[in-house]
Design a protein around this ligand. Structure first.
Ligand SMILES: [Zn+2]
Length: 157
């Protein structure tokens, strides 16, 4: 079933900080994989509505695609276990939209049920370089079986 996304208003303000190391790592990985979609997991810290992204953990894709990001299940499980063993907390995901959209796609929102309470970064080409937009998804309190989402501003640290 396709789920529609609705831009909602947050009761509490989410604050996001991204380390320069993670930012540079994401940008170089995603640039290298253009024009195919790529992505990975983000580790860091969360205290109430404050998120810090400290590290980018790239994931292999099942097969190269211009329009669909599907990470390898095996690689994803290995990476989650590695993060757990090393005391790292997964606070977000990232994938690219080489076509240039800076918003979650219908497929992204359809898959969002498993990834609530996390930051979702979307990387997209803009003016010759890779830019990022950040979102938070949550179950709609207004629309039945829908995902509400809101763009979040971020600060590099
Ligand atoms: Zn997407």
């Amino acid at each position: 079933m396709e789920r529609e996304g609705h831009r909602g208003n947050f009761a509490n303000q989410i604050e996001l900080f991204i380390s320069a190391v993670a930012f540079d790592h994401m940008r170089s990985h995603i640039t290298q994989h253009m024009p195919f979609e790529s992505g990975g997991l983000l580790t860091g810290a969360r205290v109430s509505s404050h998120f810090v992204i400290e590290e980018f953990l790239p994931l292999n894709v099942v097969m190269p695609s211009y329009s669909r990001y599907v990470s390898s299940a095996r690689d994803t499980v290995k990476t989650i276990l590695w993060a757990d063993r090393n005391g790292k907390r997964i606070v977000g995901t990232i994938h690219s939209h080489p076509g240039g959209s800076n918003c979650p796609s219908e497929i992204d929102l359809d898959n969002a049920y498993g990834y609530k309470n996390m930051i979702h970064l979307i990387a997209y080409p803009s003016h010759g370089q890779v830019s990022f937009s950040a979102f938070y998804y949550y179950l709609s309190t207004v629309h039945v079986q829908a995902i509400d989402y809101e763009e979040i501003a971020y600060t590099l640290i």
